[in-house]
Design a protein around this ligand. Structure first.
Ligand code: FMN
Length: 186
């Protein structure tokens, strides 16, 4: 019988997942990493979780800053995802190297990523270890959205923004807006 870890490969059967850049600034250092393992956890209060391996440079930055921003990328920014997800702040200043454009947050000190079509400002509420990753739970204090990307109900407009979807390894794709359906139960 195959070892379960080998069989799971890299735990990617349930992909595609949207890609966010997650990061923070503290003591003059700023760092972001690509993150696919993220999820909403609660509506009231608004809690959002990101899973970050303890090996990541971002792990230390977010732990020290006790806040982070989550910045969702469109398909056009695919190169940025590869750069922020395949290079580490342990080795280089990614913000400088890849000319990441940052903007001031409304509530927290850490910046948001200008290239994102939607960003969350989060204050760290809890950190919990799950095996080789830590779940950083943030209370969402502010949201920034690019005009026109969402309708009044907060539904993404695929005619305006094509979300970046990750398939694992170094593969990406996006949605086909022609498949959009509004479906009611009867
Ligand atoms: C698209 C993509 C998604 C990723 N998702 C995660 C994730 O959810 N959690 C994680 O710990 N690493 C994830 N990684 C790996 C980190 O982004 C990668 O190790 C990065 O170099 C870490 O940067 P840092 O050391 O500067 O924090 C992902 C990589 C890619 C390319």
């Amino acid at each position: 019988m195959k070892n379960i870890r080998t069989q799971l490969k890299r735990f990617q059967y349930f992909y595609p997942y949207t890609v966010a850049l997650v990061g923070a600034s503290v003591g003059g250092q700023v760092n972001f990493m690509s993150c696919a393992w993220h999820t909403a956890l609660s509506f009231d209060p608004p809690l959002f979780g990101v899973l970050v391996s303890r090996k990541r440079f971002s792990h230390g930055i977010i732990s020290k800053a006790r806040e982070f921003t989550v910045n969702f990328l469109s398909f056009e920014r695919v190169k940025l995802s590869a750069q922020m997800g395949r290079k580490s702040g342990h080795d280089l200043d990614k913000v400088k190297e890849f000319k990441l454009r940052l903007a001031r947050s409304k509530v927290i000190q850490s910046p948001i990523v200008e290239e994102a079509y939607v960003s969350f400002e989060c204050r760290l509420a809890e950190v919990r270890a799950y095996g080789d990753h830590d779940l950083f739970v943030g209370e969402v204090l502010a949201v920034h959205e690019e005009p026109g990307c969402f309708n009044a109900e907060g539904i993404l407009n695929p005619g305006k923004v094509r979300p970046l979807l990750y398939l694992g390894s170094d593969f990406y794709l996006t949605v086909d807006q022609d498949t959009l359906k509004h479906v009611l139960p009867d």
